[in-house]
Design a binder for this molecule. Structure first.
Ligand code: SAT
Ligand code: MN
Length: 592
């Protein structure tokens, strides 16, 4: 074993539990070298150069995309693998029907077999990281051990890695253990397993984002949601955004949508010209950790420090901030290339693809040029709308929680829950068409409560009970809303323009939060009066907006029946309050 540089050795001394664990992993995996990451710029550049020399990263056009690189992953390894992702609690019921479960002892045995000697000839990288600002009481730390330098680079962008994190671990006396190896990238030997009771993650056989960057979905959602339940907070799949009205009033909202449904776009929204005076500040685009604050409000931090965003569809019209921020110092994964070595993806309208994501000359017969789940990894500080409040150890106070899915039918443009408990039902009833962010069929509608189906680290019944409890702890709970940007007409046209125009809906939501807007009281909740929506200059037909603000009683009765069946799948773990809330909706629908 090669020793780490001196400074690293003294840094490692800070936490004996970390060094003991690294040593046990070293003896299991047998790497040629052990390297402790310090999080410095020099280290980042050195590792990047090594990857370029090995042909694993390709520098892009230095004039037009300075500091940008392309990574092509194994073609079988391009998305999260939900069927190979397990939550291993001692009692199977604690994982719930929403998770794949394996007995912890069996899972550990299987993973030991996979990890045995798997790093022979490779370097073992130790990445101490902190999720959230280093000085926030709400932040939590972890250590990822990996044999992938690509993972180190991505973790360095997405989290706060190195000495500061290690010092905090020594202070906290606890950390999440994440062990990762790309193995042979063989889909038959690929498993992502979680032991929430031991704050441990083991991931083998994939180098892709959510499977391999263990700080993100594995720690910040699956493990953290479990931890949050025992500690009295919430770890959620939500963007966080600040909205300043023309009158100078700022509100923060957190919004949950399934993967690849536009969270990054909403978090970086640019107000349309027709809504002058509004300002939008990004706090986060994917994950929110929410705590009841000393004042009885709900406070949020973004545990991440970067964006792992979907490239396709990103252009100056859909997300100018993202389009601008990824012009430099960005790692692209599985995008296509133009003839002059720029990254290209579907929806990038100002250039043409020449080489597809697999490295072949582009031919439309082969399908899209960029993989539909191709990604950019970029530091949050490069986002022109990034807010300093994202570094505030206290977090930001949340006025509204917004939930949405990708739904062609049924769900109106926006409605507000009657109160917190009803809001938990509304959030639990998110359904969405599946996207390319996970392997499997795309476009199939499935239930995705709180957009956490792939990420809740324990039984959804217990999770809803915890949500209901949280409402009781808040003197001033945020209001809860449901939105749907994806409603279509019978002929398949989108009824709502989306993107910047979504601010019109957010503006209505904020007026509700300030108590200044009335609403139509319907069976499913409070819908806007059309005249309260600012539609000045919007490209929306009057019949579309009528449809978007109408509740179709018969369709909703079917939805209630479907939802009841869904809740029943969780047996006696499902709180009675959820059924009571659903019966409330059913009765209001029956009254017509
Ligand atoms: O692959 S990730 O989990 O990092 C992104 C996503 O699916 O939301
Ligand atoms: Mn996500």
């Amino acid at each position: 074993m090669a020793t780490a540089p001196h400074t690293m050795v003294s840094m490692a001394k800070l936490s004996q539990t970390v060094t003991d664990w690294v040593e046990s992993v070293r003896s299991l995996t047998n790497p040629d070298r052990v390297y402790w990451c310090d999080g410095s710029k020099a280290e980042f550049e050195r590792l990047r150069t090594e990857l370029v020399e090995r042909g694993e990263l390709q520098p892009l056009n230095k004039d037009t995309f300075p500091g940008c690189y392309l990574s092509r992953s194994n073609p079988t390894d391009v998305a999260r693998v939900e069927h190979l992702t397990f939550v291993c609690t001692r009692d199977k019921t604690d994982a719930g029907p929403n998770n794949n479960w394996m007995d912890p002892a069996e899972a550990k045995g299987m993973m030991r077999g996979l990890f045995k000697d798997c790093m022979r000839g490779r370097t073992l990288y130790v990445i101490p990281y902190c999720m959230g600002p280093l000085d926030s009481p709400y932040s939590r730390c972890g250590v990822e051990i990996t044999d992938s330098a690509y993972v180190v680079l991505n973790m360095a962008i997405m989290t706060r890695i190195g000495r500061g994190a290690l010092e905090r671990i020594a202070r906290d006396g606890t950390f999440v253990k994440g062990l990762h190896s790309t193995g042979e990238l063989d889909p038959a030997r690929r498993f992502i397993v979680h032991f929430p009771e031991e704050l441990t993650i083991e991931s083998f056989g994939s180098g892709y984002g959510g499977n391999a960057l263990l700080g993100k979905k594995c720690h910040a959602l699956r493990i953290a949601s479990y931890q949050a339940r025992t500690e009295g907070w919430l770890a959620e799949h939500m963007l966080i955004v600040g909205l300043q009205s023309p009158q100078g009033e700022t509100h923060y909202v957190a919004a949950a949508f399934p993967s690849a449904c536009g969270k990054t776009n909403l978090a970086m929204l640019i107000p349309p010209d027709a809504l002058p005076g509004w300002k939008v500040f990004t706090i986060g685009d994917d994950i929110a950790w929410l705590h009841p604050g000393p004042d009885g409000r709900l406070w949020a931090i973004n545990p991440e420090a970067g964006y792992f965003g979907v490239a396709p569809g990103t252009n100056p019209k859909t997300n100018k901030n993202a389009y601008d921020m990824i012009r430099r110092d960005t790692i692209f994964t599985n995008v296509a290339l133009t003839a002059n070595n720029e990254p290209w993806w579907e929806g990038r309208k100002d250039a043409e693809p020449a080489i597809d994501w697999l490295g072949r000359p582009y031919d439309p017969k082969h399908g899209p040029a960029a993989h539909p789940n191709s990604r950019f990894t970029v530091a949050a500080t490069q986002n022109p709308s990034y807010s300093d409040a994202a570094h505030d150890p206290r977090g930001v106070p949340i006025s509204a929680l917004i939930f949405g899915g990708r739904r062609r039918e049924l769900a109106p443009l926006v409605y507000e829950a009657r109160d917190w408990a009803h809001g938990v039902l509304v959030a639990a009833s998110i359904a969405s068409e599946t996207t390319a962010a996970a392997t499997g069929a795309v476009g199939v509608v499935r239930r995705d409560p709180m957009a956490m189906k792939p990420f809740a680290g324990y039984n959804y019944g217990d999770y809803f009970a915890h949500w209901l409890e949280m409402g009781k702890k808040l003197k001033q709970p945020p209001r809860i809303f449901h939105v749907n940007w994806f409603r279509q007409s019978a002929s398949g046209e989108f009824l709502w323009p989306g993107f910047g125009d979504n601010l019109r809906v957010l503006a209505w939501i904020l007026e509700r939060c300030s108590g200044r807007n009335g609403a139509q009281d319907t069976a499913i909740g409070h819908l806007p009066h059309i005249e309260d929506l600012n539609l000045n200059g919007a490209d929306v037909k009057p019949e579309a907006i009528r449809e978007l603000t109408t509740v179709h009683t018969d369709a909703w009765k079917n939805e209630v029946t479907d939802m009841r069946k869904y809740l029943e799948e969780f047996g006696d773990r499902m709180p009675a309050e959820m059924f009571a809330q659903l019966e409330g909706v059913a009765q209001r629908l029956a009254r017509g």
